[in-house]
Write a protein that binds this ligand. Structure first.
Ligand code: SME
Length: 160
């Protein structure tokens, strides 16, 4: 297993994702422990991109429950269809939110959070968890983040 994450210098965001995703894939492939994989995925994304908050909410008994993450403490439980995370679960679709204050029902775990992307992770055709990434800058995420984070969550989904 790799001991250090290699993050290319002066890379574009796309180049960084292209460098980091295979390393995360190598870290989690063959490791059967889900929490270990979610913890390392959160840590690698935080280290590579400096995200304000990045982590997972897992579907458990009809709620999303906080899982491994990097960043400030966060809300523990989110109901189906509530907030950005609950909406990504309900719609089984990525939510790209340039301004959290403009998203009806956004759940403010931190008042510093200004924009957000939430990507569902599928086990078969059901949402098993969501990846949530928050930024303290407005409109910090775009289709590049969406495409690569969806690719990475597809890889993660195959380990479930
Ligand atoms: N803002 C999220 C809640 C989770 S925190 O941002 C970590 C939401 O509206 O679902």
């Amino acid at each position: 297993m790799a001991e250090n994450l290699f993050i290319p210098d002066a890379a574009t965001k796309a180049e960084k994702y292209q460098a980091v995703i295979p390393q995360i894939e190598a870290l989690i492939t063959g490791e059967p422990d889900l929490y270990a994989n979610l913890a390392n995925t959160s840590a690698a994304l935080r280290e590579a991109f400096g995200f304000f908050w990045v982590g997972f909410y897992l579907v458990k008994n009809e709620q999303l429950v906080l899982g491994p993450f990097q960043g400030p403490i966060a809300c523990t439980r989110i109901n189906f269809g509530k907030g950005v995370c609950g909406t990504a679960w309900k719609e089984a679709k990525t939510q790209l939110v340039p301004d959290v204050d403009a998203f009806p029902g956004h759940i403010a775990c931190s008042s510093a959070s200004r924009s957000e992307i939430v990507v569902p992770v599928f086990k078969g055709n059901k949402v098993a968890m969501v990846l949530d990434v928050d930024s303290d800058q407005l409109a910090d995420f775009d289709e590049t983040d969406q495409n690569y984070l969806e690719e990475l969550m597809g890889i993660l989904g195959k380990t479930l």
